[in-house]
Design a protein around this ligand. Structure first.
Ligand SMILES: [Zn+2]
Length: 431
């Protein structure tokens, strides 16, 4: 037990400074997860309307199968395009030439880093445009899911590029400043800086970045809001913000999600799901999102990503100094302080992310299944939950039965077929 507490203290060292506080934190978490959560299982929502108690027919359209199949190739295309574009930037000597140009023209190190990162990212953004256009815009338009014009799509993508580049610029500036100042322990100090900074971004993202792309409003008063508030109260989060995003300007797809931490935590429903999904199904979807909220999935996801960041930086601290010396000379990289490290890291990240995808996906699927279990226990409406998945399959053109290996490697959620089966049988299984 003391060993476990020491380990937990290591994980939570930012917040927990003594064994007593650690034990208290574990007891509170155990109380929430073991005592409070199962209490909701006996509660029920307002009865399903007559139209919703029947299980819908799961008709898979040919469009849904084709659209899904085309999307299975996306993560591989993503990695291939990244390797191709960044490989060309390095192999043609462009990355090295830009580094020389930026160093000659500007003396300030921060300006050099910011400008170099922007130029490399802009070239890669233009280079990846055919791939981005095909998967993010042409396919959804072709299958009648997107409502954006070519110009609207391009403006939105460009805005996302600028936001991501600004944030990436902050991370890279910190990296180069620290690697220059602390030649030996840069990776550990970088982790100590990035961990709280990333938590800060998780906190501010829903209130600063998301509103750049959509308007978020409180769910208006009415029977649905009353039911949702009732559901949130049963789940122990009566004050959770429930917001509506005006996604119908951009898409016909349906979605809901939970985001943010602390005061910025909120459950977001796209206005498309409010318009298209029957109320009883929608309540089970909200119950699923409530599950993410109550089961602290945003916090757990952050903790897991920080473990991954720590291991990644540890590996980089051990191997990167030796590795940069073995790269082709025309790449222009001989020291960790060289700006050409940026395209090299992105080039290496693409295949690494593809290889580690099963690990990331399985953790995500575990969280999604936990949220399904929570929704089922909270609402006790298996047919409505199954119907919600059928509605999602039909409206978002999702094949409920993808190939097993695709699900294993890439899916952040269990397949809709498995989720439907679980919704209909999950309550019958012994605990
Ligand atoms: Zn979910």
């Amino acid at each position: 037990m003391p060993y476990i507490i020491e380990k937990l203290k290591l994980c939570f060292h930012v917040h927990i400074r003594s064994t007593r506080q650690c034990v208290l934190a574990i007891l509170i978490m155990a109380l929430v997860l073991v005592v409070i959560v199962p209490c909701f299982a006996s509660e029920t929502l307002p009865p399903a309307s007559a139209a919703d108690v029947q299980l819908k027919q799961l008709n898979v359209s040919a469009d849904a199968v084709l659209y899904s199949q085309l999307h299975y190739t996306r993560p591989i295309a993503d990695a291939v395009f990244s390797i191709l574009v960044y490989g060309l930037i390095l192999q043609t000597g462009l990355a090295a030439k830009l580094q020389d140009m930026v160093r000659k023209k500007f003396k300030n190190r921060l300006v050099q880093i910011a400008l170099y990162y922007f130029l490399i990212s802009a070239i890669a953004f233009i280079g990846c445009m055919p791939y981005l256009f095909f998967y993010s815009h042409w396919l959804p338009v072709h299958f009648d899911l997107s409502k954006m014009s070519d110009l609207e799509w391009f403006i939105e993508r460009s805005k996302r590029f600028l936001v991501n580049t600004a944030l990436g610029g902050i991370y890279w500036s910190l990296f180069f400043l620290l690697v220059q100042k602390f030649r030996q322990a840069w990776h550990l100090i970088l982790f100590a800086v990035l961990a709280p900074l990333s938590a800060f971004f998780v906190f501010v993202w829903p209130i600063t970045i998301d509103p750049l792309f959509n308007d978020f409003t409180e769910l208006s008063a009415g029977s649905l809001r009353t039911y949702i508030k009732e559901l949130a109260t049963k789940a122990g989060i009566p004050d959770a913000d429930i917001l509506v995003a005006d996604k119908s300007r951009q898409t016909k797809e349906l979605n809901a999600y939970v985001t943010g931490i602390g005061p910025s935590a909120r459950i977001v429903l796209w206005d498309t799901i409010l318009a298209e999904m029957p109320e009883n199904e929608l309540l089970t979807v909200v119950a699923h999102e409530t599950g993410h909220y109550v089961l602290l999935h945003v916090y757990k996801g952050y903790a897991i990503s920080m473990v991954a960041l720590f291991l990644g930086l540890l590996a980089a601290g051990l191997w990167a100094p030796g590795l940069v010396k073995r790269l082709p000379r025309r790449w222009g990289l001989s020291e960790l302080t060289d700006l050409t490290l940026i395209p090299v890291v992105v080039l290496m990240t693409a295949p690494t992310a593809l290889l580690l995808s099963p690990l990331e996906s399985s953790v995500s699927r575990m969280f999604e299944h936990e949220a399904d279990v929570f929704a089922l226990k909270l609402t006790r409406q298996p047919v409505s939950l199954a119907n919600a998945f059928i509605t999602l399959a039909q409206k978002d053109l999702i094949d409920p039965h993808p190939p097993e290996w695709v699900e294993f490697w890439f899916f952040s959620h269990p397949s809709l077929g498995k989720r439907i089966d679980f919704a209909l049988t999950g309550l019958q299984k012994p605990k």
